[in-house]
Design a protein around this ligand. Structure first.
Ligand SMILES: [Cu+2]
Length: 457
């Protein structure tokens, strides 16, 4: 992270970062606090609070927490709404709008009962505002442009002030030209920690937002007039393999807080564990009202906090269960050709177009295909694993559970090594012939599916 005056702490790594007291005091005399900028799309280490009441900080996946200035007992933050360039995954960058150098903007972390003052500077070409989703605050601080306040014109700075009354997981986003501004990536997470750090305590606490973009392969700027047909599905504006894993120590109690600011729901699914939903953007769920789950559907505009004991070592998938949401661009608008033998056609086309490939006749598997891509897009399914291609993209990441990690060590430990004899393997003994259901399509024949026009997701 770099401030506009260039102080640094950067990138994913071990341990926790601190805002140096001397750095903060330099700016203390100024009327408006510094607006730090993040240059990296990696996961920043948790920001240990340098002042104010203590709390257990969160880790923002592929994001960071905004440092504040304490002034006369008020926590002062400075958000700058501005155009940013966000790396979606290696090989693809997007021209987005965000806050303080990234989209999403930084996470804001405060403590229940804190008085908070947030300066918002608009460096966009159009007016904006910020709505503090889930907060209980004076009506004039709620951020709906035209309803609660005048919009913040380009070049202007507004100030919001309220008390963070209840602990929980919230978010912030514009309430002005929302379809364009949220569609361009303007959003951020907000965590209000409990007054007593022992309350709702966990060992590792992650937060991120779910969002989606429509970026034509070969272009850099989202089409913000799209209503449903998005092609880049992201966790905090990162698509797999660009998403960082969540690294946890065996037997840690883990919380993952997820908010949805895309235009459709996302059923998020954990592997190898079960969790309970412990909180929403309305607050904490009483323990007696929780039940075990392995998938949680996160509706549009909702936040869900889940908790589990990471008792099983390994690299566990954690992803949206909508198959098209774990694919990147290039995987859409493709006809289903399963069961259609078009190798004869391919041979004929090969006479005209050397190198033409048959696609999809044995299923959609394309992980191993290396087609030339247009500039600035992502293969539909990508990512290399220890056993080959991981045919995933989009809203996919991993929970890496390891024994013996140090507290606060979030570094990627590499691939899990399964104990000998515990990996699925090829059967090499005698096997009966596979039985096929009568009438199943087994050989070249009629196409069994058609391409729909106006296909949505
Ligand atoms: Cu989804």
């Amino acid at each position: 992270m770099t401030s506009r005056r260039n102080f640094l702490f950067n990138g994913a790594g071990a341990g926790a970062a601190m805002v140096g007291a001397s750095l903060v005091s330099k700016a203390a005399a100024a009327a408006i606090p510094e607006a730090p900028v993040q240059n990296s799309s990696g996961t920043a280490p948790p920001l240990v609070p340098p002042n104010g009441r203590p709390y257990n900080p969160v880790v923002t996946l592929n994001g960071w927490t905004l440092p504040w200035r304490m002034k006369d007992g008020v926590k002062e933050f400075h958000l700058v709404a501005e155009p940013v360039v966000r790396e979606i995954a290696p090989g693809m960058k997007a021209n987005l709008w965000g806050y303080n150098g990234q989209s999403p903007g930084p996470t804001i972390e405060v403590v229940e009962g804190d008085r908070v003052r947030i300066f918002v500077t608009n460096k966009l070409p159009e007016a904006t505002s910020i709505h503090w989703h889930g907060q209980f605050l004076p009506n004039g601080m709620d951020g709906v442009a035209g309803l609660n306040q005048p919009a913040i014109a380009p070049g202007k700075t507004f100030v919001y002030e309220f008390v963070a009354r209840y602990a929980g997981t919230f978010m912030y986003h514009p309430h002005a030209d929302e379809m364009a501004q949220i569609g361009m990536g303007m959003m951020g997470s907000w965590v209000t920690h409990p007054k007593d750090p022992r309350q709702h305590a966990v060992d590792r606490d992650f937060v991120f937002l779910l969002n989606a973009y429509d970026i034509e392969p070969g272009s850099y700027t989202p089409n913000v007039n799209e209503m449903l047909d998005f092609n880049i599905w992201t966790i905090n504006s990162r698509a797999f393999p660009g998403t960082d894993p969540m690294v946890v120590r065996k037997d840690d109690r883990v919380r993952i807080r997820m908010g949805n600011l895309s235009m459709t729901n996302h059923p998020f699914h954990i592997h190898g564990h079960r969790f309970e939903i412990t909180g929403t953007d309305g607050g904490w769920i009483p323990p007696a009202a929780r039940w075990p789950e392995v998938t949680v559907d996160i509706g549009v505009g909702q936040m869900r906090a889940i908790e589990f004991i990471a008792d099983s070592p390994g690299d566990w998938a954690f992803h949206c269960h909508k198959s098209h949401h774990t694919m990147n661009a290039m995987g859409h608008q493709v006809p289903n050709l399963i069961g259609v033998d078009h190798s004869g056609v391919a041979r004929k086309i090969n006479d005209l177009v050397p190198g033409y490939m048959v696609m999809g006749d044995k299923g959609g598997s394309m992980g191993s295909m290396r087609m030339p891509l247009p500039e600035n897009t992502l293969p539909m399914m990508d990512g290399k694993g220890p056993f080959g291609e991981i045919e995933m993209g989009g809203m996919f990441t991993m929970i890496k559970v390891r024994e013996g990690l140090a507290r606060g060590d979030f570094r990627d430990p590499g691939w899990y090594r399964q104990p000998p004899g515990t990996v699925a393997r090829e059967w090499t003994g005698p096997a009966p012939e596979a039985v096929r259901a009568p009438g199943a399509v087994t050989s070249p024949g009629e196409p069994v599916a058609r391409v729909k026009k106006g296909h949505g997701h």
